[in-house]
Write a protein that binds this ligand. Structure first.
Ligand SMILES: [Zn+2]
Length: 470
């Protein structure tokens, strides 16, 4: 009898506790439903502000908060102003005034909606049911800040990634603005909300000679030790390429020297020998005309749509400066990926930025990123890697040459019309460090900038990265 009474007492206590927990869960869930309803009602700004009070944090690989909350529980962005601006295009704003961002596209995780039932129940019972998941990123705050400083006062973008794993360490687009301005929708400089790193479609200029050179190395019809006489300012053929930036000539270089000095006559000549189709195939093998994203963030596909014009136009397309109906474009992130493929023995990894999510209980969920975008012939990419070293030691990329670091790359200058119809010269660089311990690749575009500025920025940033990321 005694033991029966005791069992009943235990049963009542256990039942009461479970019932209390269940009611807590129900209240939490109904709160969620209410705020979700408010939020979906035309993305009301006040509702979003209240909803994001419980949102998860966005945290860099070196543990710096890019998005979190202040003492009052309001959504706040990076405490460091330079970092907050540098990360704007990536992180976004809780009002969703810009949309190709983590705040917008990872909203389900950040706000904790759409969790599996049992996960949600467990969180409700622990009283953390309304909190969202944190996003743990691959980007590093120190590199983001350094990249932003290197781009200060310029228009352009830089992407730095690990070519072995695909982790993106830095992605910065300038001009930018403080997240508070975006939320308040005031004092936003012209084009400051445009994410150039992912969506900027740039004329590649001589960085496209990477494509032309791989197309040439892919074939056996013409000898790889072919030499071509450079005629300087004199056009290769009527309407064809010439040397825009030098008074003399490159002499009679072979492939390696022509690549290092970026000889337009050489690459115009081999473009003509090959024709449009092999160039397009080599471009495709380097992920031009290919859809890919950066986790959930949209990336503009790079385009190689050539062969619509005459032979003279082929010589221009071969040096990355297409004319007429021919079109070639590349994004700064894709420039880093092209360098990555050359650096990584021909394997272009899928770049990514969100390493894992973390529940309010502290459970870390790694995201599977083991994906490859394209694979090239290793014999060709190893040869390209050597040629890209010559660019930095003896050619147009000398400003990227840092003592003690094996930096390789290809420079580009592209003449384009800016928004006002004025002709400007963009400066580009695609490069990497040939070292197992620091497998970093970089892509840079600087609008309306002098020749040599992009390789100089690449050298500065890669040297900085070597000191920081080990
Ligand atoms: Zn030349």
């Amino acid at each position: 009898m005694k033991s029966l009474l005791r069992n009943i007492r235990i049963f009542v206590v256990v039942f009461t506790v479970l019932f209390a927990l269940f009611i807590t869960g129900v209240i939490a869930q109904s709160n969620r439903a209410r705020t979700t309803w408010l939020e979906s009602a035309g993305e009301d700004k006040a509702a979003l502000k209240s909803r994001y009070k419980m949102a998860g944090e966005i945290i860099t690989a070196d543990d710096v908060i890019l998005a979190g909350r202040d003492e009052q529980g309001n959504r706040r962005y990076a405490a460091n102003d330079v970092l907050a601006e540098a990360a704007l295009h990536l992180v976004g704003d809780y009002t969703h005034n810009i949309t190709n961002t983590l705040e917008s596209l990872w909203q389900d995780h950040l706000l904790g909606s759409g969790r599996p039932f049992l996960t949600q129940l467990k969180l409700d019972l622990s009283g953390k049911g309304l909190e969202g998941d944190d996003l743990l990123l691959t980007v590093r705050s120190d590199l983001m800040i350094e990249a932003a400083r290197a781009l200060k006062g310029k228009r352009g973008a830089v992407a730095i990634m690990n070519y072995r794993t695909g982790e993106v360490y830095a992605l910065v687009s300038k001009p930018s603005v403080a997240p508070e301005n975006v939320i308040a929708w005031k004092n936003i400089p012209d084009t400051a909300l445009f994410n150039r790193a992912l969506l900027g479609r740039y004329v590649p200029g001589s960085t496209f000679k990477i494509v032309t050179a791989t197309a040439f190395l892919n074939q056996r019809e013409y000898p790889h030790d072919l030499k071509v006489t450079c005629r300087g300012k004199k056009a290769l053929m009527p309407g064809g390429v010439f040397e825009r930036y030098m008074k003399s000539t490159h002499g009679t270089p072979g492939l390696e020297k022509a690549f290092a000095t970026s000889c337009n006559h050489y690459f115009g000549h081999i473009g003509l020998l090959l024709g449009a189709q092999p160039l397009k195939e080599a471009a495709k093998a380097l992920a031009f005309n290919t859809e890919f994203s950066l986790d959930r963030l949209k990336v503009a596909p790079s385009v190689c749509d050539i062969g619509h014009e005459d032979d003279a136009a082929i010589t221009w397309a071969a040096i990355g400066q297409p004319g007429g109906k021919d079109r070639v474009s590349v994004t700064p992130l894709h420039l880093a990926m092209i360098a990555s493929a050359i650096a990584n023995g021909g394997v272009m990894r899928q770049p990514y930025i969100v390493e894992a999510t973390r529940t309010p209980m502290g459970e870390i969920r790694e995201i599977d990123h083991d994906a490859t975008i394209t694979i090239l012939d290793r014999l060709v990419t190893d040869k390209m890697s050597d040629m890209m070293r010559s660019v930095v030691t003896d050619g147009t990329g000398k400003k990227a040459n840092i003592k003690g670091i094996d930096i390789r790359g290809k420079t580009g200058t592209a003449n384009v019309e800016d928004e006002d119809g004025k002709m400007v010269t963009n400066n580009l660089f695609a490069g990497f460090i040939a070292d197992e311990k620091t497998p970093f690749a970089i892509g840079i575009v600087l609008e309306d900038s002098r020749s040599g500025t992009a390789p100089a920025v690449a050298g500065t940033l890669l040297r900085y990265a070597v000191g920081k990321v080990r």
